[in-house]
Design a protein around this ligand. Sequence first.
Ligand code: MG
Length: 258
Amino acid sequence: MRIARFSIDGNVAFGAVEGEGPDGLVLDIIKGIPYAEFELSGTKVPLSKVRLLPPVLPNKVVAIGRNYAEHAAELGNEVPDVPVAFFKPTTSVIGSGDAIEYPSFSNELHHEAELAVVIGRMCREVPRERVKDVIFGYTCANDVTARDAQKREKQWARAKGFDTSCPLGPWVETDLDPHDLTIQATVNGEQRQLGRTSDMIRSIEDLVVHITEAMTLLPGDVILTGTPAGVGPLHVGDEVAVTIEGIGTLTNKVIKRG
Ligand code: MG
């Protein structure tokens, strides 16, 4: 099931996305919250009449760096012995259709298309064989990065944590085998990144085990699983789209911060 979060007439709701094609999509409004038992209300609204919001409101976004060998190599980095984990703050999260605001302290903004894992239940020290039980679903992410600041500053809090640097969406797909999906990024319709999730160095199972060794994950928390090769610059006015097979397309425009 594809579950979107949206606003209509000033109200925020979750809905199950049904139908096909850009014009045929409707939302069946969900009664309750998606992480618990919920029902479909049968009240349907066309997707074209709503504003999509980030599909989840995470308590935290834990991101993994250098998880595809070709991407590590393109920036001159070794594949790390231990996964590199960092946080993106909740204030960095935006939805599909929202604007990425170019930060004032950077002249080198990059896109990073990533598969995002959405956690469905509170968990800590998850054994490998239980990982599938704590995952709610998957969505597309863009780990937007101020590459120059990332190189200059020892910790990546500003480079990867500025407002609007974590587009998520367009919705969460709950029925998906994530292990061998095409993942791509285009800028103004031109392909920039193309990879397969099967090329991850550490699998989703490895990452959930690694992260929950250290911290409790809560329903709605998000794990970004790293980006394939082909990262590159974004400029004001660009439209960047992240598409993952079986999920959909996350689209955002880059604007000057007002
Ligand atoms: Mg990344």
